[in-house]
Ligand binder design. Structure first.
Ligand SMILES: Cc1ncc(COP(=O)(O)O)c(C=O)c1O
Length: 497
């Protein structure tokens, strides 16, 4: 087949080039004649400027993957206690031009120029953070630059401790977080493994919940502190369904002159709404993620008593991080504006009511929850009385698009086959779920458990026979359909993203 001649191609590309040059020239003239506050609309931008193609056209494969994830979020039941759905305003910040800017340093003391707006944005975030938690700027400072919760914690340790100083945090199987010093023990080969960098760089002795009550064993904590004499005690956790006695922690920390840090990542929304005890009354440092019950973008934040300001700011930058993610910081700022509204307080109150409704429904069906219930946004469902591991329950739920996570519970011997699942209510409460909807969620969960028990009875305990048996299981397929029909009735916030 004859193709276009070389002359035709060159004529075509020359005219295309001329058209694009004249179009660009017109566009730049228009830009020069506008004031600095004028905005450029998409139709003003010539097609020749790089980066104007929407994701849908630029990368249809990736676009489709995101659409699938969006549909999964819409048609599933999101029960992971650390997740939430961000607002349109937060997403607008995340997708904004702020991602283009380098701003190493702090407002007023940056390493690069062009910071006049970035400084205002970061200062707005810092001011709102102090206001949202009712903190006086004379007594408390805040650093909003940590990329997320784990880097925020490491920055505090880096600021306040020397390598090999001693720390104590709630043990992972008791509901603590990895970054509070976790290490594991392998009974088969008799070795311990430092799972978190925190336990590589510092000496860590955990404290635990009571085997009888599931509550923090403060008496045993004091005994361990008397012997270990840590330099830092960490309160706060990832799977603890009750509130924290910060006064008691302070008294214990004072017996050995330790710093007291609260990692309120999970409950920061509850603390801001004054629906949980206030760690700021007794702690030296309070860290948090911003994407859990606080409902902001993924980021971290550190509050500190004023006398620790220089050390903590220096640990965040330059010791551990480079340029802050100002698009995230803007997202945190706008979320903190929402956090200070009566609507956010109502949201958090509903989160707690929903957790109680879910807990009551499950215990009413005869199931066992750690501590018997919950004071906050999550429950820890002990599956050991049913002879089912959290891993198997998680697998069955996943097939039905009920998203929750297996979780260790005190007394577990294997971290890979823990005896519980953790279930949280913040995400579905954002979608408008009320108590009656969580009673329906309890019904779905009960069906999932029954399926897990039946499959295990029929196919045996090993995961390698259990997992394949879930494929094509008619009861799971029916559960999946019922879950999707139910979940799709509730809107997803956040706009078209
Ligand atoms: C109590 C606590 N601290 C810190 C983190 C770590 O946060 P990130 O995953 O943002 O690093 C988590 C995460 O789940 C957490 O639960």
């Amino acid at each position: 087949m004859p193709g276009p001649t070389t002359a035709a191609i060159s004529l075509f590309s020359r005219s295309l080039f001329r058209a694009s040059v004249s179009c660009s020239a017109r566009w730049f003239r228009r830009r020069l004649s506008t004031t600095t506050t004028a905005t450029t609309t998409m139709s003003d931008i010539p097609k020749t400027l790089p980066g104007q193609t929407p994701l849908k056209d630029h990368d249809p494969d990736l676009f489709e993957m995101i659409q699938h994830e969006k549909e999964r979020q819409r048609s599933g039941l999101e029960l992971i206690a650390s997740e939430n759905f961000t607002s349109r305003a937060v997403n607008d910040c995340l997708g904004s031009c702020l991602t283009n800017k380098y701003s190493e340093g702090l407002p007023g003391a940056r390493y690069y120029g062009g910071q006049q707006f970035i400084d205002k944005i970061e200062n707005l975030c810092r001011d709102r953070a102090l206001q949202a938690f009712r903190l006086s700027p004379e007594q408390w400072g805040v650093n909003v630059q940590p990329y997320s919760g784990s880097p925020a914690n490491l920055a505090v340790y880096t600021a306040l401790l020397n390598p090999h100083d001693r720390i104590m945090g709630l043990d992972l199987p008791s509901g603590g977080h990895l970054t509070h010093g976790y290490y594991s023990y392998n009974a088969r080969d008799g070795t311990t493994k430092k799972i978190s960098a925190t336990s590589v760089f510092f000496e860590s002795l955990p404290y635990c919940v009571s085997a009888e009550t599931g509550l923090i064993d403060y008496v045993e904590l004091q005994k361990r502190v008397d012997v270990f004499k840590p330099k830092l005690i960490i309160c706060g956790g990832s799977a603890y369904p009750r509130d924290w006695d910060y006064k008691r922690f302070r008294e214990i920390a004072d017996t050995c002159g330790a710093y007291l840090m609260c990692d309120m990542a999970h409950i920061s929304g509850l603390v801001a709404a004054q629906e949980a005890n206030d760690p700021f009354e007794y702690c030296d440092v309070v860290t948090s993620t911003t994407h859990k019950s606080l409902r902001g973008p993924r980021a971290g934040i550190i509050f500190f008593k004023k006398e620790l300001e220089a050390k903590i700011n220096f640990a965040v930058f330059p010791m551990l991080q480079g340029g802050p993610h100002e698009h995230q910081i803007a997202g945190v700022a706008t979320q903190l504006k929402e956090v200070m509204t009566p609507e956010f307080k109502q949201y958090i109150q509903q989160v707690k009511k929903n957790t109680r409704a879910l807990a009551d429904a499950l215990t009413g069906m005869g199931h066992v929850l750690a501590t018997g219930g919950s004071d906050n946004h999550l429950i820890l469902w002990d599956l050991r009385p049913h002879g089912i591991t959290g891993s198997k329950m998680e697998k069955v739920c996943d097939k039905a698009e009920i998203t929750l996570n297996k979780n260790a519970i005190l007394g577990d011997r294997s971290a890979l086959a823990p005896g519980a699942v953790r279930i949280g209510t913040p995400a579905l409460t954002t979608r408008g779920f009320k108590e009656e909807h969580f009673r329906q969620v309890a019904e779905f969960l009960n069906r999932a458990l029954k399926i897990a028990i039946d499959v295990q009875n029929e196919h045996g305990k090993p995961l390698k026979t259990f997992i394949p048996a879930l494929e094509g299981n008619a009861e799971i397929e029916q559960l999946h359909k019922d879950v999707a029909a139910f979940a799709r009735q509730f809107p997803l916030p956040g706009g078209d993203y």
